[in-house]
Design a binder for this molecule. Structure first.
Ligand code: GCO
Ligand code: MG
Length: 453
C-alpha cells in the first residue's frame, strides 16, 4: 500500500527538484526540522495564495449627485493601482460617518493585511468598545465592502463568485409607483408592468400619505414646530391604503405583485387591523409595520393574519432580530446592508434566513450608493433564499460620478461582470455634488405629537 505523504516526508522526486533548483534552503530542508522543510517545500502556485498586500490608506468620499448624501470608503493598498470601494451611506448623519472613517478607521486599518476580512470586521467592530450604532456600523461597512471589492479584483472575479457563484440569472426587482391619487398610482403601476416589472410597491403620496392630506394641521395654526415639519393624519392614511389597493387591483389586474411600506407610522394595533383588511388584495409583502421598538407586536400580527411581512431597514445588528427570524415572525429581511456593517454580516443574516425560510429583500433606496446597490446585488445573485430587491434607477448625474451602475431589463437588475463589486468612482465628478447637513424627518400629528420615524 502507498504510504500517505505528509509535510515531514519529502519524496525523492521532490528532493531532486529542490536540488536542481539550486536552492540551498531546499537542500538544508532535507536534513533540518520538519517545520523548516515545510517552509521550503515546492507547492504549485494555485495553493500558495497571493503575495501579501497591505492597506495604505482609508478615506471617505462624500457626494450627492441626486440630492441624497452618499458616503463611499476608498481603501488604497500597497499594490499600485489596487483599491476597493465600499458604501458607508447614512444619509442623515453623513458628516459623523466621515469623521469615524477619516479620524478613526484610517488609523485602525493602515498597515493591516487586506486579506482577512472577517478578522478586520470583528476587530474593527470592537475597537471602539461601545459599538453597534448607525454611525460606526456604516463606517465599518465601507471598509468591509471595500475589502470584498479588493478580494474580487485580486481574484479577478466578481464578488458573487466568491460568495458561491450564481443561484439565478439576474436580480428580480420591484419598482416604486407613487402618486397623489389611487388612480395616478395605478397608471404608474401599469407603466411598470408594460416595462416588464412583475413587482411594484405602491404608495399614495410620501410615506404615511405625507404631502397629500387636505386638512391644515392644528400645530401649524398654533405656530408649533417649524415650517418644514411634515403632517400626517393617521386615520386618513389607514382608510386610504385599502382603497388604493382596491383601485390598483381593479385597474391593473391580479397578476402583478403589489407591495406597500407602512414605514412604521401608525399605532401597531392599527397596522395589524389594516394589514388584515389588505388580505383580500393578496399583497406580495407589507413592509415595516412596526418600529424596532415594537418587536413584541409581531406575535399579535402573526396570530391575526398571514399576509407576508418585510421588516428591518432600521435594524443595526443580527442580535436584535435573530429570534424573530428564527420564530418566522416575518418573511423578508430588509436590512440596509451598510447599516449592519457590510457584506460580511449580511451573508450571515442571509444564511440564517435560509435555515428558517426567511428570504432577503435588502433595502435599496436612492440613499444607498451604487456601490451599496452592487453589494446588495452580488449577495442577491449568490444566496439561495433571495426574495426580491428594491430598485433604484440612477440619474445621469449619478452615472457621471459612479461608473458601472446597475441596469434594468424586463424587471431584473443586472450588474456588470467586472472583478470585485464592479462600481468605480470619479472623484472629480463626485466633488461637483457636495453633501448637506439637513434632514427632514420631523413628522407630526395634527396636535403636534411626533410620529415615529
Ligand atoms: C425604503 C425606505 C426609504 C427610507 C430612506 C431613509 O423602503 O426605501 O423606507 O425610502 O425612508 O432610505 O433615508
Ligand atoms: Mg422602507
Amino acid at each position: 500500500m502507498k504510504k500517505p505523504s505528509n509535510s515531514s516526508e519529502i519524496s525523492r522526486r521532490d528532493a531532486m527538484k529542490l536540488i536542481t533548483a539550486g536552492s540551498a534552503a531546499g537542500i538544508l530542508g532535507l536534513f533540518s526540522s520538519p517545520q523548516a522543510r515545510a517552509e521550503t517545500r515546492i507547492t504549485p502556485p494555485y495553493t500558495t495564495g497571493m503575495p501579501p498586500v497591505k492597506i495604505k490608506s482609508v478615506k471617505a468620499i462624500a457626494t450627492a449627485p441626486e440630492g441624497s448624501n452618499l458616503v463611499i470608503v476608498k481603501v488604497e493598498t500597497t499594490e499600485p493601482g489596487l483599491y476597493g470601494l465600499g458604501c458607508a451611506t447614512f444619509t442623515q448623519r453623513a458628516m459623523a460617518v466621515i469623521t469615524a472613517i477619516d479620524s478613526y478607521l484610517n488609523d485602525f486599518c493602515v498597515g493591516k493585511d487586506v486579506d482577512n476580512i472577517e478578522d478586520m470586521w470583528q476587530s474593527a467592530y470592537v475597537s471602539s468598545y461601545w459599538r453597534n450604532g448607525p454611525v460606526l456600523n456604516n463606517a465599518l461597512s465601507g471598509i468591509d465592502e471595500a475589502l470584498w471589492d479588493i478580494k474580487g479584483k485580486r481574484a479577478n472575479m466578481p464578488v458573487y463568485q466568491l460568495l458561491g457563484g450564481k443561484s439565478r440569472i439576474a436580480v428580480d426587482c420591484y419598482a416604486h409607483a407613487s402618486g397623489p391619487t389611487p388612480e395616478a398610482v395605478a397608471d404608474r403601476v401599469q407603466q411598470f408592468i408594460d416595462q416588464g416589472f412583475r413587482h411594484v410597491r405602491i404608495q399614495q403620496g410620501g410615506y404615511g400619505g405625507v404631502g397629500t392630506m387636505e386638512k391644515k394641521p392644528d400645530f401649524v395654526e398654533a405656530g408649533f414646530g417649524t415650517e418644514q415639519d411634515q403632517y400626517m393624519d393617521q386615520h386618513t392614511y389607514l382608510k386610504r391604503v385599502p382603497e388604493m389597493f382596491n383601485v390598483v387591483r381593479k385597474r391593473c389586474g391580479e397578476d402583478v405583485e403589489l407591495l406597500h411600506d407602512i414605514h412604521e407610522r401608525v399605532e401597531p394595533v392599527d397596522a395589524i387591523n389594516m394589514i388584515k383588511e389588505l388580505e383580500q388584495y393578496h399583497p406580495f409583502f407589507i413592509e415595516d409595520p412596526f418600529s424596532p421598538e415594537n418587536m413584541k407586536w409581531f406575535k399579535h400580527l402573526r396570530a391575526a393574519t398571514m399576509v407576508p411581512i418585510a421588516m428591518g431597514e432600521l435594524f443595526n445588528n443580527i442580535n436584535e432580530f435573530r429570534d424573530y427570524m428564527v420564530d418566522q415572525l416575518f418573511d423578508y429581511i430588509r436590512v440596509h446592508i451598510s447599516q449592519i456593517g457590510g457584506i460580511t454580516p449580511a451573508m450571515k443574516i442571509a444564511r440564517l434566513g435560509e435555515w428558517f425560510n426567511v428570504r432577503t429583500a435588502w433595502h435599496g433606496p436612492g440613499d444607498t450608493s451604487p456601490v451599496g446597490h452592487a453589494a446588495n446585488a452580488h449577495i442577491d445573485l449568490a444566496v439561495w433564499n433571495f426574495g426580491i430587491q428594491e430598485s433604484h434607477f440612477w440619474s445621469e448625474k449619478a452615472q457621471e460620478v459612479f461608473k458601472g451602475c446597475q441596469t434594468y431589463k424586463n424587471g431584473y437588475m443586472y450588474i456588470n461582470e467586472a472583478p470585485g463589486l464592479g462600481v468605480d468612482i470619479n472623484e472629480k465628478a463626485a466633488a461637483k455634488y457636495p453633501i448637506g447637513t439637513r434632514s427632514r424627518w420631523t413628522v407630526r400629528k395634527s396636535d403636534g405629537t411626533i410620529i415615529k420615524p
